[in-house]
Every structure is written in structure tokens, then in C-alpha cells.
Design a protein around this ligand. Structure first.
Ligand code: HEC
Length: 159
């Protein structure tokens, strides 16, 4: 009997200690995690703004961007089924440099955005040419360059 109640006391003391430890950890680490999240948000804010958020131009840009992503996915799909000519056609038509895309890249009145955009579209034309050779290794390298163009611009600019 004595033993039994001792054991109960021991268990409840351990539970209290454990609960205390959990509270301590939550109180100590939540502000830290919150601060880390804020840090990430501030990192995002370092991107240069084009000043087009919520505008018609901005909506148009996002719709174009979604098409860019679809194009990449189609290119990879065609490459995986050895349809290199089809993949090349998508690269030219959806991502390659045209007069329209050139004008679009310049319409944001930001020279470095324009340069980045034009360089990106040219890398897509290079991909289209490379895909015609049906060389998978070279095509993957050319695709990597195109994707690096997406990443570079996204880490530099926001709407
Ligand atoms: C020259 C700059 C530039 C290039 C190159 C570029 N983007 Fe974007 N993209 C942007 C900007 C600016 C935004 C808006 C981001 C923001 O405001 O946070 C955006 C947004 C997007 C979005 C979000 C769309 C939505 O509806 O919210 C997707 C998806 C996207 N881009 C895909 C791509 C892909 C895929 C590529 C490459 C094949 C690419 N982009 C190349 C500038 C670029």
C-alpha cells in the first residue's frame, strides 16, 4: 500500500516535470521560430518591386507565367517520350524570343528586368535548337539554363 502510493506520487511528479519541460520549450522556441519566419519574409522583401501588384498588367504577367510553367512541363513530357521535335516546337513558340515577348519584357520600365527577360527568352531559343539535335544530355543542359533564368528573375523581382 505504501509502495503503491509512492509509485503514484512518483509518476505524477514525473508528469508535472515533463509538462513543465514542454512548456519551457514551447515558450523558449516559439519566439525563435517566429523570428526565423519574419527573417524569411524580410528576405522576400529585398526583391525589387515592379510596382504592378493588383494591376491589369500584373494579372497578365501572372497568366503568362503560368503558361511558362506549363510549357516547361510539356517540354519535359515530350523529351521523356523521345518527341524532341515537339519539345523544340513548344520551346520556340511558348518561350522563345518574339517581337511580342520583347515588347512585354520592356513594358515594365525596368532595364535590368528587361535584360533578364530577353536573356531568358534567348536561352529558350537555344534550347529549341539543341532539342532538334535529339541529344538528351545537351538538351538537359540547355533546359537547366532556361530554368536558371526563371529562378534568377524570381529571386530578383516581385510584382
Ligand atoms: C524576367 C523575369 C522572369 C522570368 C525570366 C520568369 N519569371 Fe515567373 N514571375 C516573374 C515575376 C516578377 C513574378 C511575380 C512574382 C511575385 O510578385 O512574387 C513571376 C511569377 C511566376 C509564377 C506565379 C504565377 C501566379 O499565378 O501566381 C509562376 C508559376 C512563374 N512565374 C513561372 C515562371 C517560369 C516557369 C519561368 C521560366 C520558364 C519564369 N516564371 C520566368 C518574373 C519572371
Amino acid at each position: 500500500m505504501v509502495n503503491y502510493s509512492y509509485q503514484l506520487n512518483f509518476e505524477s511528479t514525473m508528469k508535472t516535470k515533463f509538462f513543465g519541460a514542454v512548456c519551457f520549450m514551447v515558450l523558449t522556441f516559439s519566439p525563435l521560430i517566429w523570428a526565423m519566419d519574419m527573417g524569411k519574409m524580410q528576405e522576400d522583401d529585398n526583391r525589387q518591386s515592379l510596382g504592378i501588384k493588383g494591376t491589369m498588367q500584373g494579372a497578365h504577367q501572372l497568366s503568362n507565367m503560368r503558361e511558362h510553367l506549363t510549357a516547361l512541363s510539356e517540354i519535359v513530357k515530350y523529351m521523356n517520350s523521345d518527341q524532341y521535335d515537339e519539345a523544340s516546337k513548344i520551346a520556340t513558340e511558348k518561350l522563345g524570343l518574339t517581337l511580342e515577348k520583347n515588347t512585354m519584357c520592356g513594358s515594365f520600365k525596368n532595364q535590368s528586368f528587361e535584360q533578364m527577360g530577353v536573356r531568358f527568352h534567348k536561352s529558350a531559343d537555344n534550347l529549341a535548337q539543341t532539342l532538334k539535335t535529339k541529344d538528351s544530355k545537351k538538351s538537359m543542359l540547355a533546359l537547366e539554363k532556361v530554368m536558371n533564368g526563371c529562378v534568377l528573375c524570381h529571386s530578383t523581382f516581385k510584382q
